[in-house]
Design a protein around this ligand. Structure first.
Ligand SMILES: *Cc1c(COP(=O)(O)O)cnc(C)c1O
Length: 361
């Protein structure tokens, strides 16, 4: 715990926190933050650069505060994936889906927020920073979500915001659209479905529930499957009333002209950017099989990462041993587990051989 100087009027509820974030360390194989390992093509990089140099000539002016063109393109993108009929009024975009989550807490955090742990650790952390009371809900022993138990917890606690992450991070497992609908039927407040890894999963997106259940809000991001983490662009899809509330809490001109321009160009290249998803899924299944062959347990994953266990060393020690040999994976703070993001072929091979070495095979 940090010792803050006594003259610093840091809010009471922040004093016990330490700054959060996965270590950004040099390594031969960076497999710790669930990015797509494949960089943009030269053609895409050039298109972005051309668009940015046009936009650069107008940087004396504020950007479009409402990011209308970008939101329209995001709506078209979702409609193409899910055969929905959304327009820009159904979409809100921000600097990563983390900012979306923060805005949701700021707009709707009057009551409590519930999520089923282990799940994405930023949900409770952003709740804390925005002074929203967070409730830790439970999963089964194997980390899958027990829908009936989830509904009981929701009906008992009556949260204003209920979070379902599917596929879930850090476990990788997904719930079905039927299960989400069952939960939607028994929630009041908002049901926030975090689909950061949605493109890697076979399940139908919860965006298809929004017309019937306007309290369902779906969060998506360009940081993972879309291979665009460096730009910081996340968005939500929801009923227009939810989007209208985002206008109350957003900072003026929050999304820079450069971000908007890069995002618009990237959506024109969506086939290229999502072109590696099939490859990553195949490689995920291969790495999972290799881990099983080594006698480790792997949670079935519908995302681009694997949570594994079954080693005897403490997680932190194995994590360090891997790093010492050039492989950066993630200690997600679950005793006896580690998480690895699927990389390119060379990274996956190095991961498996280094792990074998560390486990003394
Ligand atoms: C990575 C991640 C996000 C946030 O990503 P951004 O880069 O801020 O868009 C949100 N939710 C989950 C579950 C994630 O794993």
């Amino acid at each position: 715990m940090n010792q803050w100087p006594s003259w610093l009027p840091l809010r009471q509820n922040l004093q016990e926190l330490s700054a959060y974030g996965a270590p950004q360390l040099p390594a031969d194989a960076v497999m710790n933050t669930n990015e797509n390992p494949y960089p943009p093509s030269a053609a895409l990089a050039k298109s972005i650069a051309d668009r940015i140099s046009e936009v650069a000539l107008t940087l004396n002016r504020y950007p479009d505060r409402d990011a209308l063109v970008l939101r329209g393109k995001l709506a078209d993108f979702i409609n193409g994936l899910s055969r929905t009929k959304f327009g820009s009024a159904n979409v809100w975009a921000a600097n990563g889906s983390n900012e979306i989550i923060q805005s949701l807490f700021m707009a709707f955090g009057g009551g409590t927020a519930l999520g089923f742990m282990p799940s994405y650790s930023m949900h409770p952390l952003i709740a804390k920073v925005t002074q929203v009371q967070w409730l830790n809900g439970n999963r089964r022993e194997d980390f899958t979500l027990d829908i009936d138990s989830a509904i009981e917890q929701i009906q008992r606690d009556k949260p204003t915001l209920t979070f379902i992450t599917t596929p879930n991070n850090p476990t990788g497992s997904a719930v079905t659209i039927e299960e989400i609908e069952k939960i939607a039927k028994s929630t009041s407040g908002l049901l926030i479905v975090d689909e950061a890894y949605g493109e890697f999963s076979d399940e139908i997106s919860a965006v298809t529930l929004i017309e019937k259940y306007p309290h369902v809000v779906v969060i998506r991001t360009m940081s993972k499957a879309f291979a665009f983490a460096g730009v910081r662009l996340g968005y939500l899809v929801a009923d227009p009333a939810v989007v209208d509330a985002m206008f109350l809490v957003r900072l003026p001109y929050h999304l820079s002209a450069l971000t908007q321009a890069a995002g618009e160009v990237a959506l024109d290249f969506k086939d290229e950017l999502l072109g590696t998803v099939a490859q990553l899924r195949t490689d995920r299944d291969r790495v999972a099989a290799q881990l099983s062959q080594m006698g480790l347990s792997v949670i079935p994953s519908a995302s681009n990462f694997l949570l594994f266990s079954g080693f005897e060393m403490p997680s932190a020690q194995l994590w360090q041993a891997m790093l010492d040999r050039g492989v950066l994976i993630r200690d997600v703070g679950l005793l006896g587990y580690l998480r690895v993001t699927i990389g390119n072929e060379a990274e996956n091979t190095k991961f498996i051989s280094t792990l074998s070495l560390c486990l003394g095979e």
